[in-house]
Design a protein around this ligand. Structure first.
Ligand code: SF4
Length: 441
């Protein structure tokens, strides 16, 4: 009988993609997936180190696995991903029941490690970072759905002072355009109609044989059957006219840019090593809106970075007010051991960070509402993605600008692309009525 594996994934979409790669490796080795942890012969946690809270969640989850191991000493327990990379020694010491530890560049070793662990007593670990590993020849095993994530590059060379990614995922390296197009074609054959290109710093992509990120976008846009293309996350400094014009010229590239601001004050941006000023960021927003007038812009913001004064925090509020982001991921600064920012000696007290976060969230909520209320009365193409959580009689789907729309069912199926007239906007969602069916896949 086939051995069974179970994977839990934490953190960013890159981890979701990596779990799909790991699933494909395990299936090639004869394993089948189970969603019942107690039935599994091998259990993996694909982990995240981006914030302290993410690490705590995984540590707590792992502590429960102690009982699973006691009940079934033969079960293999593995820790994959960024925490494996970052906390190998700590994990080995505090969780001796962990059998296998593999960093993000070592997944190819998984079948061999599982095999070896069954015949030897010691746990096995490999967390070496590679300058070359992009898993070029490995395609992931995806679950059914609308969107296929495709990793196009790995690692990051930007070294923002708050970020652990350059240490857990190593230096930037890109796949070839040819293999990404090939993976896109395969995803379309498997029934996916939306592609999201992924990278820690996605627009730093450089084709090893020549060509940049806009060239890649054009190549993916030309693949028959790709209805929508998204990408995440770019760095503002790597967005140029060429990229914006490629977006303008291809209807299937979504009118949405996730543009991480992180902070509004020039001094804090410099301390973060973000390599742009507030003015440069605002000029970039103006340029995006000039070339792509309907482009939705979303962002990431950190409050309470070490040394951030009240006036400097107000600079962030000022930028949020003036840009009117469609939505934002907002966080309190979380110290990551090993990063430069941890060494600053003027950390902002926790209550102050919390208070700033609440003020920022309140402002952004009102900005989001203004942005979505502007859509009332417009008609928009929406991909039917899933049943609405609010009612079994309604669908949820996203617009090109990445806003969720809820509308009554009237004979559609998942993956249909429908025209919806927007009639209302509440919270972060739009509500609408079906106009007519455009495409049936
Ligand atoms: S660009 Fe993004 S991934 Fe790279 S160091 Fe900065 S925040 Fe981290």
């Amino acid at each position: 009988m086939n051995q069974k594996y179970y994977i839990e994934t934490y953190g960013c979409q890159m981890n979701v993609y990596d779990s799909e790669l790991v699933a494909s490796l395990l299936q090639k080795s004869g394993y089948v997936e189970t969603d019942q942890i107690h039935d599994a012969d091998a259990i993996f946690l694909n982990t995240c180190s981006i914030r302290e809270k993410a690490e705590e969640t995984v540590q707590n989850r792992l502590s429960n696995f102690h009982h699973l191991k006691r009940k079934n000493p033969k079960v293999i327990i593995g820790v994959l991903g960024c925490m494996a990379q970052n906390l190998k020694d700590d994990l080995l010491e505090s969780k001796p029941f962990v059998d296998v530890i593999l960093g993000p560049d070592s997944y190819r070793k998984l079948p061999e490690f599982i095999h070896n662990r069954k015949t030897q007593m010691d746990h096995l670990a490999d967390t070496r970072l590679s300058k070359f590993e992009v898993y070029e020849d490995m395609f992931p095993t995806r679950k059914e759905g609308v969107n296929a994530w495709i990793s196009i590059m790995r690692g990051c060379d930007k070294f923002c002072t708050f970020c652990i990614v350059p240490f857990t995922r190593g230096r930037e390296r890109s796949r070839t355009i040819e293999s990404i197009v090939h993976e896109t074609e395969q995803a379309v054959r498997e029934g996916f109609i939306e592609i999201t290109l992924l990278g820690q710093n996605v627009n730093s992509f450089r084709n090893p044989d020549g060509g940049d990120f806009p060239d890649l976008l054009e190549a993916v846009a030309a693949v028959p059957g790709v209805q929508r293309i998204r990408y995440t996350s770019p760095h503002p400094c790597d967005i140029d006219d060429k990229l914006l014009n490629v977006m303008l010229n291809h209807d299937n590239i979504c009118n949405h840019i996730h543009l991480p601001l992180q902070a509004g004050s020039d001094r804090i941006l410099k301390r973060m090593n973000r390599t742009y000023t507030q003015k440069e960021f605002l000029n970039l927003v103006d340029k995006i809106r000039m070339i792509l007038p309907d482009c939705s812009i979303t962002t990431d913001i950190i409050v309470g970075f070490p040394g951030e004064t009240e006036d400097e925090f107000k600079e962030t509020l000022k930028v949020v007010w003036s840009v009117r982001f469609d939505s934002a991921f907002m966080f309190k600064y979380s110290p990551r051991p090993g990063t430069k920012a941890v060494e600053f000696n003027d950390h902002v007290p926790e209550e102050e960070k919390q208070q700033r976060l609440e003020r920022l969230i309140a402002l952004q909520k009102s900005m989001t509402l203004i942005a979505i209320q502007k859509q009332i009365g417009k008609s928009m193409k929406v991909i039917v993605e899933k049943e609405s959580k609010k009612s079994r009689d309604q669908w949820s789907g996203r617009t090109d600008g990445n806003t969720w729309v809820i509308f009554n069912k009237s004979g559609e199926k998942i993956k249909d692309i429908v025209d919806i007239k927007i009639t209302d906007a509440r919270g972060v969602s739009l509500f609408g009525e079906r106009i007519q069916m455009e495409v049936t896949v």
